[in-house]
Design a binder for this molecule. Structure first.
Ligand code: PRP
Ligand code: ZN
Length: 283
């Protein structure tokens, strides 16, 4: 049985639970007790505050954890990052009151900066040889300049709306962050085996997320041209249609290049283009 620590609420909770669900791991979310066992996979979920996840994994209270990279780096706990998960993306930035003119990093010399991430900020300021006064607060960091508690803040920025509504302006991005899967360093062989099975499933979910299954009808004399513009597809499936002179082409393409490809396909005479999500992909 592998124990995984996840955030009990907040930005990571929803995405973490849907990743587990897509990996076919059933965890009842109705009974929100601290510890919930999966009904179909040897894993149990421990719901914690995100701040407590790195330490719980380092000490072995949990075997794995899903936590923001920012939180993990801040805590400086001994655990391994197994895999970035691609969700809950945000950045840690310095922001100052909108009305103030920003003159570059030197501006922060001797200024008071409010943050919940003092370690990351201290390292950044040291690396840039700036002596700032770091003031640690645990919540509502964004209001501190407005109430005269600090000159600037260092905090998570996602959509940026918190900054806007507090008349603040992002002036330096210090780190990019996303959710990561972390693991205790001394997992037993048995636990490693469960972790590998979990990783196999996560790979399949992630690989599928970035791809689309595309089918289209193409004039048979254009099939070669169509195949040439399909990126990465070594051998798309080509089948004759009942209508003479037409073929059906099936392939998998990168979500990122979706629009670019679709336009080219239309120009080549492709019709009835269907784009379908892929649930899992085993490479
Ligand atoms: C962070 C941060 C801001 C907000 C920024 O808090 O402290 O308040 O998100 O997001 P935005 O750019 O989309 O407005 P979070 O929701 O993570 O809560 P926490 O500080 O309690 O962890
Ligand atoms: Zn938090």
């Amino acid at each position: 049985m592998l124990r995984i620590a996840v955030q009990s609420k907040g930005r990571l909770f929803e995405d973490t639970m849907s990743l587990l669900a897509e990996a076919g791991i059933k965890v009842s979310s109705s009974k929100r007790t601290l510890l919930v066992q999966s009904s179909n996979f040897p894993i149990e979920v421990l719901y914690l505050r995100d701040d407590d996840i790195p330490q719980s994994v380092a000490t072995g209270v949990a075997d794995l954890g899903i936590v923001g990279q920012n939180e993990f780096e801040e805590r400086q706990e001994e655990a391994d990052v197994v895999r970035p998960l691609g969700f809950s993306r945000c950045r840690l930035s310095l922001a100052i009151p909108k009305a103030i003119e920003y003159t570059g990093l030197k501006w922060f010399e001797g200024r008071k900066i409010a943050t919940s991430y003092p370690n990351i900020l201290r390292r950044f300021m040291q690396a840039n040889h700036i002596a700032a006064d770091i003031h640690v607060i645990t919540g509502s960091v964004e209001i501190s300049p407005g109430i005269g508690l600090a000159d600037a803040i260092f905090d998570i920025v996602s959509s940026g709306s918190t900054l806007v509504s507090n008349n603040l302006r992002e002036v330096e991005v210090v780190m990019q962050s996303e959710a990561v899967l972390i693991a205790n360093r001394d997992l037993s062989a048995e636990k490693r085996a469960v972790l590998n099975e979990l990783l196999f499933r996560i790979e399949a979910v992630k690989a599928a997320e970035e791809k689309k299954y595309v089918l289209m009808n193409v004039p048979t004399d254009k099939v070669a041209d169509v195949v040439a513009v399909l990126p990465g597809a070594k051998s798309p499936t080509v089948m004759p249609l009942a209508t003479e002179g037409w073929s059906s082409v099936h392939t998998v393409i990168d979500e990122k290049r979706f629009w670019e490809i679709i336009r080219q396909l239309k120009e080549l005479g492709a019709q009835g283009i269907l784009v379908l999500p892929i649930e899992k992909m085993i490479l």
